[in-house]
Design a protein around this ligand. Sequence first.
Ligand SMILES: C[S@@+](CC[C@H](N)C(=O)[O-])C[C@H]1O[C@@H](n2cnc3c(N)ncnc32)[C@H](O)[C@@H]1O
Length: 205
Amino acid sequence: MTSTHFDKAATDWDTKQPRVQLAAKISAAIARLPLSATMDAMEYGCGTGLVGLSLAPTLGHLTAIDTSQGMLDVLQEKIVEQGIANVSPLRCDLLIDDYSKRHDLIFCAMALHHVQEFEPLLQRFAGLLNQGGYLALADLAQEDGSFHDPSAEGVHHHGFDSEQLAAILSAAGLIKIKSEIIHTLIKGEGDGTQYPVFLLSAQKA
Ligand SMILES: C[S@@+](CC[C@H](N)C(=O)[O-])C[C@H]1O[C@@H](n2cnc3c(N)ncnc32)[C@H](O)[C@@H]1O
């Protein structure tokens, strides 16, 4: 499991304000789901925990999964510094490694476009949800490929058509599928191109 690009980016990940602002918008949108202190949650592609750590106080437990050890190391430092007791970082690739714990909430913020085979991953999320559990996916709406620097590694999708994602989730047994635009990123050094970010939520029947 290699993740060189994200390992290198981890130490100053939290210093980029647009990224922090986006994470706050995503957290606020996920917090509109009926979260509770009894929920056993998983975040996939958690990075340094910008989204997960803000939601953790409203959850019972959060398993924070990523493939980058560098990202997980930064998250672990924050957990220790802040004395957080209910977040467990885990290095895991759900499409390769054994993982069978079931959850009441699974969320994934800005990580899906880094996963080549996203359809089996969405099916895996659906399979790992408890009955009545929630899935929340935040990612870029379809864009023209200009969002990432051309030299960026591990970018497999130029955003997503949320109707296509909804069809996959529906076939995987999820219901009450809703999508909304929750934020729009504008690249400061670019030509002002707008990149809408959606939150797609669904529930396991
Ligand atoms: C753009 S970052 C988002 C991090 C965090 N969710 C946030 O909003 O700040 C994408 C994250 O997905 C992780 N990632 C990339 N491919 C992955 C995979 N196949 N499985 C799990 N995590 C992955 C990266 O290591 C990185 O931490």
